[in-house]
Design a binder for this molecule. Structure first.
Ligand SMILES: C[S@@+](CC[C@H](N)C(=O)[O-])C[C@H]1O[C@@H](n2cnc3c(N)ncnc32)[C@H](O)[C@@H]1O
Length: 334
């Protein structure tokens, strides 16, 4: 668990770690806010009124922005937070960090398109289900030689265009996968047709990430046209029953991105065991040490510590940027 999300770590330390490890280079605003909180006992005392699991910087900052905190310097934020603390605290209690990033479909698509179809897709940890529509988005893959490969849904270009830099021997798809059924599981599903839930997804995107915000706004109407059902519950408890509901004759693909880190080791191992036992293909896109045995199957650890590993049935096939901005396909022996 990261220091910023570990409830056993003191609040000032959690915010300092968030500033230095997670926000630096990703969000100047969140870096300044988190460093400011870490050095400000009055704001720490406010945040310490929350249960320890709810003190994480990403949750508090997202809740503040949902209620109108403007990106900017720390002193103005601290004054704003003090004034609006009751509302922010209430949102922290009722909400969780569950960013839904449709851009991750760009790193999933080549693997999905290479599987024998038709496909029945099941996403565990689906949030609002925006990654359950990979065949309804357009893609622009930029190759190492500077050229581009574009893919559109079968009925024409999508308002959502996902850009992804690719390297390595990636099997770029010739056509979209044939997805005949889709469903998700989430502990707290967000409803893509609810304005309040979409406002929360928007607030979860970090201030400077305007491309991600634009992508969310474009993907929501696409998902609303044919929303995928999302079962409420724990992935380990629900997966077997959901697999049994998939249509006969389809290849069932269970996938997850940025999810298993939320589980303890025993639950992760239980999930891996279910993926081995059930009649499914298993596509995981997670942090490097999250899925048991995947990192160990690489000949050497990835140079970039933040890279995710994309694995099919437990075998690593690619390294991916966590929000789907880039994909490095592994060559045999990598
Ligand atoms: C960071 S979000 C990622 C959402 C989506 N996979 C994506 O990549 O955009 C993680 C999601 O996993 C869900 N989650 C965490 N633990 C879970 C569990 N044990 N069972 C089901 N869902 C879970 C959370 O509620 C959250 O919606």
């Amino acid at each position: 668990m990261r220091a910023s999300t570990d409830p056993l770590v003191r609040t000032a330390e959690r915010y300092r770690a968030f500033a230095e490890v997670e926000a630096r280079g990703m969000s100047a605003c969140y870096e300044a806010w988190a460093a400011g909180v870490a050095a400000d006992p009055a704001t720490v005392a406010l945040i310490d009124q929350l249960p320890a699991v709810k003190r994480q910087p990403n949750l508090v900052f997202s809740a503040a922005r949902l209620h109108g905190a403007a990106a900017g310097e720390y002193p103005a934020f601290a004054a704003w937070l003090c004034e609006h603390w009751t509302d922010v605290a209430a949102t922290c209690i009722t909400h969780a960090t569950q960013t839904n990033e449709p851009g991750r479909c760009a790193v999933l698509l080549p693997a999905l398109a290479a599987l024998a179809g038709p496909l029945a897709l099941i996403e565990v940890g689906a949030s609002a289900g925006l990654c359950l529509h990979p065949d309804r988005y357009s893609y622009r893959y930029r190759l190492a030689d500077g050229s581009e490969r574009k893919f559109d849904p079968s009925d024409g270009p999508s308002p959502v265009v996902l850009d992804c830099d690719v390297t390595g021997p990636v099997p770029l798809p010739e056509r979209m996968p044939d997805i005949v059924w889709r469903a998700g599981i989430d502990l707290h599903p967000l409803d893509v047709s609810s304005e309040a839930d979409v406002a929360w997804l928007d607030a979860l995107i970090w201030p400077e990430h305007d491309d991600r915000r634009a992508r969310l706004r474009a993907a929501v109407p696409v998902a609303r046209q044919q929303p995928a059902p999302i079962v409420s519950g724990d992935l380990n408890e629900q997966i077997e029953a959901l697999v049994a509901r998939a249509p006969a004759g389809a290849t069932v693909v269970v996938f997850h991105t940025a999810v298993l880190a939320y589980l303890n080791e025993a639950d992760r191992n239980r999930f891996s065991e279910q993926m081995t036992r059930l009649p499914v293909r298993w596509l995981s896109n997670e942090g490097q040490s999250v899925v048991l045995g995947v990192l160990e199957r690489l000949s050497e650890p990835p140079a970039e510590a933040s890279a995710f590993i994309l694995a099919l049935d437990g075998e690593p096939i690619a390294l991916t940027q966590p929000h789907g901005r880039s994909l490095h396909w592994l060559a045999p022996g990598d």
